[in-house]
Design a protein around this ligand. Structure first.
Ligand SMILES: Nc1ncnc2c1ncn2[C@@H]1O[C@H](COP(=O)(O)OP(=O)(O)OP(=O)(O)O)[C@@H](O)[C@H]1O
Length: 343
């Protein structure tokens, strides 16, 4: 069974993408949170505008749903430049990338989502394109093959990745600026929710917004999704009125717990405690025990559980902290990791 499309998963499906488009902040000033990234980026953009040159290539890393696509769109908007969007998995051959690069307009922003999943030949072509605004088009095969150099328009690459550690160093080094996107604070998510509620025409009292924000896994995409589920619940069961109790009841119904943990999070924690006595256990073993891919556990569940102080990574594997035992209603063993710090 896959948890990927669950309520608190940070992935978006087709219909959701349309709603997301409507809720996306369009300019840097509207973008909430990530203060450091915003300030750094605004300097990069302003200086590029002053010099009338495309800015350095930008790499954004962070968990799904934290606003990487939104920021890529904002970069293009702030520069007044056109934007081309593609993703690593769509670039299977060098030719796929060459077709895009050779048709870029001067100053265009090229956004490659999931850039760590690009195929090797495309990646190698990208090195030269990023550095020299040039690509080698290979014509023919075998010993008779020739490389024809082709100049391309100066452009800005914006790459996004959930797994910066997987990017080969030569690629990582070619980005002039790396933005690390962190989970959002509850107060920031309250602002995201207030803005979205206004756009969706939902009357959201502050305490209800706080309840949703606390349970959104530090992720704007999830906050917006939970807001819509709370609105549905209020429409059907509470005469359209959203308050803290209605929000809490709706989120309980959708199995989002008081700390925002979803079913995958709880499955991972539960397995770690019940099957492995709190660990240490390797990521792959843990993933198999909940019927998920290691990557899903590593990218989707683990960063948030670590951030909440429920799981720790140690050289010997993942371990549950004392707080994890308490969270699932169990008594932590005396030697539980972090006992005394987290209880
Ligand atoms: N800082 C923010 N302020 C307001 N809304 C935000 C912010 N960041 C993200 N959002 C909202 O969250 C939704 C998801 O953001 P986005 O698609 O940019 O995430 P992402 O990191 O690119 O995710 P993925 O990598 O999974 O595509 C968007 O609808 C956007 O409206």
């Amino acid at each position: 069974m896959s948890f990927e499309r669950e309520l608190v998963s940070a992935d978006a499906d087709g219909e959701e993408r349309q709603i997301e488009a409507a809720l996306r902040p369009k300019r840097l000033a509207e973008f909430i949170g990530q203060a450091r990234v915003r300030e750094q980026l605004s300097l990069v953009l302003e200086s590029a505008l002053r010099r009338q040159r495309p800015p350095d290539h930008v790499l954004m890393s962070g968990s799904p749903g934290l606003g990487k696509t939104t920021l890529a769109m904002i970069i293009a908007a702030e520069l007044g430049a056109p934007l081309r969007i593609t993703s690593g998995p769509a670039l299977e051959r060098a030719g796929d990338l060459a077709a895009i690069l050779s048709t870029l307009a001067d100053g265009e922003v090229l956004f490659i989502d999931e850039i760590h999943r690009m195929a090797r030949p495309a990646e190698e072509m990208l090195y030269m394109a990023m550095e020299d605004f040039r690509v080698d088009i290979v014509v023919g095969k075998g010993p008779g093959a020739t490389a024809i150099p082709l100049d391309i328009a100066p452009f800005t690459l914006v790459g996004a990745t959930t797994r910066a550690g997987l990017l080969p160093a030569p690629l990582r080094d070619r980005f002039g600026f790396t933005a690390h996107m962190d989970f959002y604070e509850t107060g920031e998510l309250e602002l995201v929710l207030r803005r979205s509620a206004a756009l969706l025409g939902v009357d959201l009292p502050d305490d209800a917004g706080n309840e949703i924000a606390r349970r959104s896994r530090g992720t704007p995409r999830i906050a917006n999704r939970l807001l819509r589920r709370v609105r549905d619940y209020a429409d059907v069961r509470a005469g359209g009125v959203v308050d803290r109790e209605v929000a809490a009841s709706a989120l309980d119904l959708y199995e989002v717990d008081g700390e925002g943990l979803d079913r995958l999070d709880r499955a991972v924690l539960g397995a770690l405690l019940r099957k492995f006595g709190g660990g240490p256990v390797g990521l792959s073993t843990l993933a198999v025990s909940v019927g998920e891919e290691p990557e899903t556990v590593e990218v989707v569940a683990e960063p948030f559980l670590v951030r909440q102080g429920l799981i720790a990574r140690t050289p010997r594997g993942r371990v549950a902290t004392a707080a994890a035992w308490t969270h699932l209603g169990m008594t932590p063993p005396p030697d539980a990791f972090g006992a005394g710090h987290f209880t």
